[in-house]
Design a protein around this ligand. Structure first.
Ligand SMILES: [Zn+2]
Length: 122
């Protein structure tokens, strides 16, 4: 039966053979345990980006394109305007902004970065 015995990890020669639960190398007398082959990797074939879920004020995960509602009044930096609690924002985009500003959105007052803590999923 086809059985692949790995080369000896110590001397690199391939005259190795399985013996019980070990492999044995006759050339250098090295023995090492047989380990189940791990053909399947646990790693998910994703885009390689692992990011903590962005959660709204209620702990619900947010995603790109979600609509959200402000749960508190937010003063807009650099202006006298305020985004009112209850303002609905369509189609947010999740970003890695500075200081935890992780939601990019378009409001009536323009594009801005907000913190997901001040939003809830609409
Ligand atoms: Zn060897």
């Amino acid at each position: 039966m086809p059985h692949t015995v790995p080369a000896c990890p110590q001397c690199g020669l391939e005259n190795t053979y399985p013996d019980g639960s070990n492999y044995v190398c006759p050339d250098c007398a090295f023995e090492w345990p047989q380990v189940a082959e791990t053909a399947d990797t646990d790693a998910d074939a994703g885009d390689g980006i692992v990011r903590d879920a962005v959660r709204d004020a209620n702990g619900n995960p947010l995603a790109d394109g979600d609509a959200v509602i402000l749960v508190k009044d937010l003063k807009v930096k650099g202006s006298s305007s305020t985004l009112k609690k209850g303002t609905k924002i369509k189609s947010i985009r999740l970003v890695d902004g500075a200081d935890g500003h992780n939601v990019d959105c378009k409001t009536d007052l323009g594009s801005m970065l907000l913190k997901s803590d001040f939003l809830k999923k609409a």
